[in-house]
Design a protein around this ligand. Sequence first.
Ligand SMILES: [Fe+2]
Ligand SMILES: [Fe+2]
Length: 301
Amino acid sequence: MAESPRLKRLMNAQSTIIEKVSPVIALVPDENLKKVLSESFSESQEAVSFIEQCFQTIPRQKWSNGFLAKFFNSWKASHLKMLAIYGLSCRLQRLAFSMGEPLREKLLIAAAKNAETSHEDLGLDYNGSTHAELYDEFAGSFLEDSSWQLDSYCLPEAKEFKKWIYLNMVVEEIQQGLIANMFSEIYNHAEYSIALPAFSAFIDNHYTFSAEKRKRALYYIDAHVQDETEVGHFLVVVEALGYYNQVMGIDTNYEQAKRLFKQYLTRLGHIMRALTSRMQQEQDGAYDSSNANFAGERALV
Ligand SMILES: [Fe+2]
Ligand SMILES: [Fe+2]
């Protein structure tokens, strides 16, 4: 399908992931951390382009309900990690109570800083309106019912990613947990920043939403981009890591951090590549509209 000049303009104006993360990396005071963050993004160019390509493809046409259900379920699995954040703060608090002052207080600060990454998700200053609710509203703007929440719509790559993040934050060394949480925040900042113009163009080109409905539909993504919410989250985890390292008398394991960052991008790249390939199949007509699913896939009713 030919892209409208307006859509072309919008998509050309869209920045890249590297452009979005670079100024945030520059805010990190630790030079070694700065270096491994930059290298991880630049050495993961293939994964990064799978991610960018997915968001560039979204506005191309109005997708089937089957695809949208798969997208909303799988994308959600790569976000909304409140349980893991809570688990990591619990671990820091438990460790704090096994120590005397002044170490106890520093670890409690680390736990609190880590927990700060979930304040908006929990709706603390937004009348209890949680990000899980905003996500449901986002998906519900495009799909009539909530069947997209069925587990069967989740891509295996996305399911695996969710489990991998959880284990990193609640089972692996605490330092690794903090590093995983930190990276997800900077990544989310970049991803939501490119997702916002993509979904804005998707709505403008294929839906006739009222101004209010459009605003509500985009609110989940917008809430993460406005006020640089995710940048703030990234920086509080950098601080939490500083407190933790100080108490434990250790340095950040930069090699391990870089491995995790690159793995994170590779895993995300696989999810996004799978989603893009489903959109391409649909564009090429390999789609069976009779069961609102892709040809060759089991009908989900
Ligand atoms: Fe959130
Ligand atoms: Fe966040």
